[in-house]
Design a protein around this ligand. Structure first.
Ligand SMILES: [Mg+2]
Length: 296
């Protein structure tokens, strides 16, 4: 296998070669959005178009796995012409498009044109918990529920229409800690844990959500795919700590290069490889290379 698409020196790449999907295996690609398939600043994906086209041509599912909302992701997956399931809000929900050829799992309920498998805690409960955490720690914390659409737009760089979709949350509250400037992570984790909730770190925000995360949701979705496809090989791509539980559970984990470094990630996920390029350009190279080696 050529290694052109991957970073060669140190970084998060371990000395153990990542497995190459055997030729002829069924492949499913699971991908984070911001900073991975979408550019961190512009949210553009066109640098990944060639690999997306190849996935479509070869009927390889591309499962979007994001902290974004169902409302945002349903628009995006239609724009990308994807009819595959997607995972919203850090594993809070798995959504199955109505036009999908396969039947959704029994746990999914029909809701506004999609089948929804709920894994996360209700958004109202999460927002109430964040208010209690703010009071307990006496920190200056702002969540999406505290922000106007214009403020969400300012903090995310999304236009107003997209920021409105980002505010339509069901499971997960993104938030910023303004002070202290270096918050004690242990205190924050303790407070979230006492509320029966979990924290994740994305590219822009911290997130408070139920016990589900990207990894747990991916595990459930892969079990569903596994019942339908023999020799299923999962390829996962992400750029931030909230992606690590997903990358731990896939056969071929890829860290998409960003401005941040995770030198210890190779210990946690020995098979991890890091792309040479950042964002969608790195995604494109990595997916093309993996598919070139795996497709018959
Ligand atoms: Mg990301």
């Amino acid at each position: 296998m050529k290694r052109d698409a991957f970073h060669d020196n140190g970084g998060s790449r371990s000395s153990i070669a990542a497995p190459v999907p055997p030729k002829g295996s069924s492949i499913v690609v699971l991908t984070d959005l911001d900073g991975t398939l979408l550019d961190h600043d512009t949210y553009d994906w066109h640098a990944a178009q060639s690999a997306l086209d190849l996935c479509r041509l070869r009927n390889i599912p591309v499962v979007l796995v994001s902290s974004k909302t169902r409302a945002e992701m349903d628009v995006l997956r239609r724009t990308l012409a994807l009819a595959d399931p997607f995972i919203s809000e850090n594993g809070g929900g798995i959504f199955f498009p109505g036009e999908m050829a396969e039947s959704p799992p029994q746990q999914a309920q029909p809701e506004r044109g999609l089948w929804k498998w709920t894994l996360g805690s209700p958004y109202g409960d999460v927002v109430s918990a964040l208010k209690r955490i703010r009071k307990r720690l006496k920190w200056k914390i702002t969540g999406f529920a505290d922000m106007s659409v214009d403020e969400i737009s300012t903090h995310t760089g999304l236009d107003r229409a997209s920021a409105r979709l980002a505010a339509m949350r069901e499971f997960d509250e993104p938030f910023l800690v303004h002070s202290p400037s270096r918050p004690d992570e242990r205190l924050l984790n303790e407070a979230a844990s006492d509320e029966g909730l979990s924290l994740s770190l994305g590219g822009r925000f911290r997130h408070l959500h139920g016990k589900s995360d990207k990894g747990r949701a991916v595990e459930k979705l892969l079990a569903w795919y596994g019942c339908r496809h023999r020799d299923l090989v999962s390829v996962g791509l992400g750029d931030s700590p909230n992606d690590f539980p997903m990358l731990e559970r896939v056969d071929v984990p890829i860290l998409v290069r960003s401005t941040k470094e995770y030198p210890d990630l190779g210990k946690r996920i020995p098979r991890i490889r890091m792309t040479r390029l950042t964002g969608p350009a790195g995604w494109n190279e990595a997916v093309l290379e993996i598919l070139r080696d795996a497709l018959p």
